[in-house]
Design a protein around this ligand. Structure first.
Ligand code: CA
Ligand code: CA
Length: 581
């Protein structure tokens, strides 16, 4: 009886202090700590690798579902979230800017928050959200009306709510924030509306703005409420006033490297898409690069000053956003590197200290717009594969149409790759597709699409678009490839158990052998998977979770590909798995 009472007392105490504050040290140690998942990317290096090996190549066939949780109602659409796990509670974001706290043991809802979006929001590419961030006693996430919201971890009550941009001008926010030294740091979305890409850092406790860093040259940043420094040099690589609506949306969030104390955000396409408009008034041999659009930008997290940049696609003209995640890793010789698989079809390795170019390889086939990357990391353009200048057309309305590979949805889009330090390989969810693209005249109008281009995406092969590739960053070799009929749109995770997890639009959540690509396990989740898997340990067992819920940019923008996948059913749910007993 006494023992029972003590057990009850302990249980009561545990319940009352169940949700502990998350510290900077907890976040810094997230990649190594197996009992929680506190950050987007399973660690701020974004490797999405777990040291857990209880589920492994030998027993993966015994993985079974434990519970599922519906995101239902009428609010379906794409579910691109990465779950967070803290103190036995799972936190997930859902379509239409919703956030749920769920008991990780049984799938029971603890609380939910619905941002109640205003009329007139302008999400370009589905009403998705890619995840939240936890720090202290709060959880943070971005909403489609371009706000960042801080909620009480225990109750889901709003603690503060701040505007990051004007949703009527096309600003929104879908990426998970990143937390560094007590600052909650966010980018913005809206590159198809001529917004200006920016990174903002706020005091996580109060929500007060600490610094801003616009990523298009000519704009001026702020620090503690005052102007800080100009980004780049006014009109150095942009003609006239176009920089004022120059795009470069920082829509996929950032990574943080504690070794060099650097945050890295990517910037999307320069606006408008029609690249000839951005070189007006310049001799064609000396066109502007349109910095820092289509670039990765290394910044000081304390003040937002730019340390270095690497532009993947200068004077970009195919919507090859430069936002894809930068993964920090150490190569086999011990050198500290960044790696990124760009929309433009090339996989880059950069030096972690200064962002300098190390190497690049094509990771999709038939790339048409460039024949390669030179020793400085600059593309070697195939000039005849640039969509034509409409001002040279007879009617001045439609430039020459070209067929470009990759399509604007990219050799790889937002869906994050994984790095396994165990194999040294990167596992890249890629797509093999091209597009007809042409340019048209356009002028900026607030809240209207600002493209100056038309396009139709087309598959390249009859049997597949998706291709999960294992890439060796040291040799540039593709070690194995697994093809998929529909385009891949889900994140990838690797584990010390030698497994690679990802999902398909056809609904299958799969585990592959990290050395060979052999499929070891598959489970049909009922709708397409465009989410990001995670794994953690609870009560001595290894658990795995992924969201299911078809949507995202492909059905909205995919042209002939969208027709090909129009049979896929919507639905929103979280699935949790472990080994059968
Ligand atoms: Ca962890
Ligand atoms: Ca874009």
């Amino acid at each position: 009886m006494k023992k029972y009472l003590i057990a009850c007392l302990i249980a009561a105490l545990t319940t009352s202090v169940a949700v502990a504050d998350v510290t900077e040290a907890d976040i810094a140690g997230d990649a190594a700590s197996t009992g929680d998942v506190l950050t987007n990317g399973m660690g701020r290096h974004l490797q999405r690798y777990s040291p857990l090996d209880k589920i492994n190549k030998e027993n993966a066939h015994k993985i079974v579902p434990v519970w599922a949780f519906s995101l239902g109602g009428e609010k379906q659409r794409g579910q691109e979230t990465q779950p967070l796990i803290h103190d036995g509670i799972m936190y997930i974001t859902g379509s239409y800017s919703r956030l749920y706290a769920i008991d990780a043991k049984n799938g029971n809802e603890i609380w939910q928050y619905d941002a109640r979006l205003p009329e007139g929001i302008l999400p370009c590419c589905d009403v998705v959200n890619r995840g939240a961030a936890i720090y202290g006693n709060k959880i943070y996430f971005g909403t489609l009306d371009a706000r960042i919201v801080a909620l009480d971890l225990k109750t889901g009550d709003v603690v503060w709510r701040k505007k990051i941009g004007d949703y009527k001008a096309g600003y929104s926010l879908t990426a998970a924030p990143i937390i560094v030294n007590g600052l909650v740091i966010t980018g913005n979305s809206g590159g198809e509306f001529g917004i200006v890409g920016e990174v903002q850092a706020r005091n996580a406790e109060s929500g007060e703005l600490v610094w801003t860093r616009p990523v298009i040259e000519g704009h001026v940043g702020t620090l503690n409420g005052k102007d800080s420094t100009m980004t780049g040099t006014l009109n150095a690589t942009w003609p006239g006033d176009l920089w004022k609506t120059g795009g470069g949306a920082t829509w996929l969030g950032g990574s943080y490297d504690i070794d060099t104390d650097t945050i890295v955000f990517g910037a999307g396409n320069p606006a408008p898409w029609n690249s000839w408009l951005r070189s007006a008034g310049k001799p064609k041999a000396n066109e502007g690069d349109n910095l820092y659009a289509a670039s990765r930008i290394g910044m000081n997290p304390a003040n937002g000053e730019i340390k270095w940049h690497f532009q993947t696609t200068p004077r970009e003209g195919w919507d090859y956003d430069g936002v894809n995640e930068m993964v920090a890793y150490t190569d086999r010789s011990g050198a500290k590197r960044w790696a990124t698989a760009d929309r433009n079809g090339f996989f880059y390795v950069l030096n972690r200290e200064d962002g300098k170019f190390v190497s690049a390889i094509p990771f999709v086939s038939k790339i048409s717009w460039a024949s390669g990357i030179d020793d400085n990391g600059r593309p070697i353009y195939n000039e005849d594969n640039r969509p034509g200048d409409p001002s040279e057309a007879a009617d001045g309305k439609k430039g020459k149409t070209i067929f470009a590979v990759p399509s604007f949805l990219g050799g790889k889009n937002w869906m994050p790759m994984s790095h396994s330090p165990k194999t040294g390989l990167f596992y890249v969810p890629s797509n093999e597709w091209g597009m007809d693209i042409w340019n048209e005249p356009v002028s900026y109008k607030k809240g209207a699409a600002y493209l100056g281009s038309g396009f139709t995406i087309k598959p390249l092969f009859k049997d597949h678009i998706g291709s999960l590739k294992a890439i060796d960053p040291d040799t540039g070799k593709i070690k194995w490839e697994v093809k998929n009929n529909a385009p891949l749109w889900a994140g990838v995770m690797t584990t010390a158990g030698g497994l690679v997890f990802t999902g398909t639009p056809e609904g299958h959540f799969k585990a592959f052998d990290d050395e060979t690509g052999k499929q070891l396990w598959s489970f049909q989740t009922g709708s397409g998977i465009v989410g990001q898997p995670v794994t953690w340990e609870m009560d001595g067992e290894q658990y795995i979770a992924v969201s299911s819920g078809w949507g995202g940019a492909v059905p909205l923008w995919g042209g002939e590909v969208a027709k090909k996948v129009s049979y896929l059913n919507q639905g929103g749910s979280i699935w949790v798995f472990k080994l059968s007993n």
